[in-house]
Design a protein. Structure first.
Length: 195
């Protein structure tokens, strides 16, 4: 597994050392794999618990796709769409989604000021902006977490806390340790409503 992670990192470093250019084949491939069925047209997900990919970090998306393709990350809904993709196809898909505009989701519901304030306090206490940046847009292999579906964030953060999900390292598991469901809901609400 470690060798595959090193290979994935090398592919990403080589691919994203220069700016990505538009690739018409990427749209055809995204349509062929029916990505919009779950992740929505343009990468804005209408499906509960399904992440939006619009404006996501290309490095992050490519690594996740490689992990799905290689069977190193087990998400049943992603196993078939990732099957057989070449490294270049993965990079093309990742670049296409990264280039789509990220914006707050229109169906995110109203902002609860008290809940958002609590989420901001918890986020600051956990130094979330150290890796995800002050605007939570992410960088390189660190994902964008603003403009994301709130339900997806709640689910994902709980999985990190409960040891059911790991990233490229275990840092997120440690950061979520000890948080209550209410804490996680507050952080997710804050991030989903963060401009």
């Amino acid at each position: 597994m470690a060798a595959r992670m090193v290979l994935a990192a090398a592919v990403l470093a080589a691919a994203f050392s220069s700016p990505a250019t538009a690739n018409p084949a990427a749209e055809a491939l995204i349509a062929e794999r029916n990505c919009a069925a779950c992740h929505g047209p343009g990468g804005v997900s209408p499906v509960p618990l399904m992440p939006s990919l619009a404006g996501q970090q290309a490095d992050f998306l490519a690594l996740q796709m490689i992990l799905f393709r290689e069977g190193l990350r087990q998400v049943p809904a992603m196993m078939e769409p990732a099957r057989g993709l070449s490294d270049q196809q993965i990079l093309d898909i990742a670049a296409w989604f990264a280039a789509q505009p990220s914006a707050p989701k229109p169906d995110r519901g109203p902002r609860d000021e008290a809940l958002a304030r609590r989420g901001a306090e918890l986020s600051a206490a956990r130094n979330c902006n150290a890796c995800h940046l002050p605007d939570y847009s992410g960088r390189a292999n660190v994902p964008r977490i603003n403009h994301q579906r709130e339900d997806f964030l709640v689910h994902t953060l709980a999985e990190y806390r409960d040891g059911l999900r790991v990233g490229a390292d275990t840092q997120m598991n440690g950061l979520m340790h000890g948080l209550t469901n209410a804490d996680i809901r507050a952080i997710a609400h804050y991030l989903a409503h963060h401009e």
